[in-house]
Design a protein around this ligand. Structure first.
Ligand SMILES: C[S@@+](CC[C@H](N)C(=O)[O-])C[C@H]1O[C@@H](n2cnc3c(N)ncnc32)[C@H](O)[C@@H]1O
Length: 227
C-alpha cells in the first residue's frame, strides 16, 4: 500500500529499475548531460551530488572529472543497481533517500547535477530548501529537465506518466530559485543533437516530426549558486 508521495515514487521507479529502464535512460539523456557537464567546470577537488541518480551512469561520468560523487535516489532498486555497476569507482557512493530529505550533512557539496528528476518531486520547495542546505557556500547547482512549459512538444507525454509531476516554465523556476536564496539564477535550453532514425518507433510523441522538434527545442537547464 502507498502512504505518501515519496513511497509512490519509490514504488514506480523500483518498477522502472526492475524492467531495466534505469540503464536505458542513459541513451536518452547522454547528449544533454554531456553538454551540461561541460558547463559545470568540474575540478578534481569537487564534491558532487547527483540527485535522482537512477542507475548511476551520470555519477560515473562525474566521477571521472570530480573528486567525490554521491548519488541519491528515492528508489532503493535504482540505488542497488547503481552501487553494483559502480564497484570499480572508488570515489562514488550511492544513498537511498528523498530530495525532500537528502541524507547528507549541511554544506557537503560544491556542485550538484540532477538529470530528468526534479519535476517528480512532490514538494519542490522542500527539495530546494534541502539542496540549499547540503550545498557549500558558493556551490553551483545544475538541474536538467525535459518536461517544462516552454517546450510544448514535451507536454505530449505527461498523460503517460503514472505519478504526478509539475509542469512549470523557466520563468517560474527562476522565481523559485530566487525565493530559496539561490543567486545568479539562470536557464538555458540544451538541444539533443542525437540523430533520430527514420524508422524509430515512438510511443511518447504523436509523430516522429514532433519528437525531432522536441529534441531541437531541447531540455531546460536551470542553474544557480548558493549565496
Ligand atoms: C527519469 S529517472 C532519471 C534517472 C537518472 N537521473 C537518469 O537520467 O538516468 C528519475 C529518477 O528520479 C528519482 N526520483 C524521483 N523522485 C525523487 C525524489 N523525491 N527524491 C529522489 N529521487 C527521486 C527516481 O527514482 C528516478 O530514478
Amino acid at each position: 500500500m502507498v502512504h505518501n508521495p515519496d513511497q509512490q515514487l519509490q514504488q514506480e521507479f523500483n518498477r522502472w529499475a526492475e524492467a531495466g529502464e534505469g540503464e536505458k535512460m542513459e541513451n536518452h539523456h547522454l547528449d544533454i548531460t554531456n553538454k551540461t557537464l561541460r558547463l559545470m567546470d568540474l575540478k578534481k577537488t569537487d564534491r558532487v551530488l547527483d540527485l535522482g541518480c537512477g542507475s548511476g551512469w551520470a555519477a560515473r561520468l562525474l566521477a571521472k572529472a570530480a573528486g567525490e560523487v554521491t548519488g541519491v535516489d528515492v528508489s532503493d532498486e535504482m540505488v542497488k543497481q547503481a552501487t553494483a555497476s559502480s564497484k570499480n569507482y572508488a570515489n562514488v557512493k550511492f544513498l537511498w533517500g528523498s530530495a525532500q530529505k537528502i541524507p547528507s550533512a549541511d554544506n557537503s557539496f560544491d556542485k550538484m547535477l540532477s538529470v530528468e528528476s526534479f519535476y517528480y518531486y512532490a514538494d519542490q520547495d522542500a527539495a530546494l530548501d534541502e539542496i540549499f542546505r547540503v550545498m557549500a557556500p558558493g556551490g553551483r547547482i545544475f538541474i536538467l529537465i525535459n518536461l517544462y512549459k516552454d517546450n510544448e512538444y514535451s507536454l505530449q507525454w505527461v498523460h503517460l506518466l503514472k505519478v504526478p509531476v509539475h509542469v512549470r516554465s523557466a520563468a517560474e523556476y527562476m522565481a523559485m530559485f530566487e525565493k530559496h536564496g539561490f543567486k545568479d539564477a539562470a536557464w538555458k535550453q540544451i538541444p539533443d543533437d542525437t540523430p533520430t532514425p527514420d524508422d524509430y518507433k515512438t510511443k511518447s510523441f504523436r509523430s516522429l516530426d514532433d519528437l525531432k522538434a522536441f529534441k531541437r527545442v531541447g531540455a531546460l537547464l536551470l542553474m544557480g549558486t548558493k549565496a
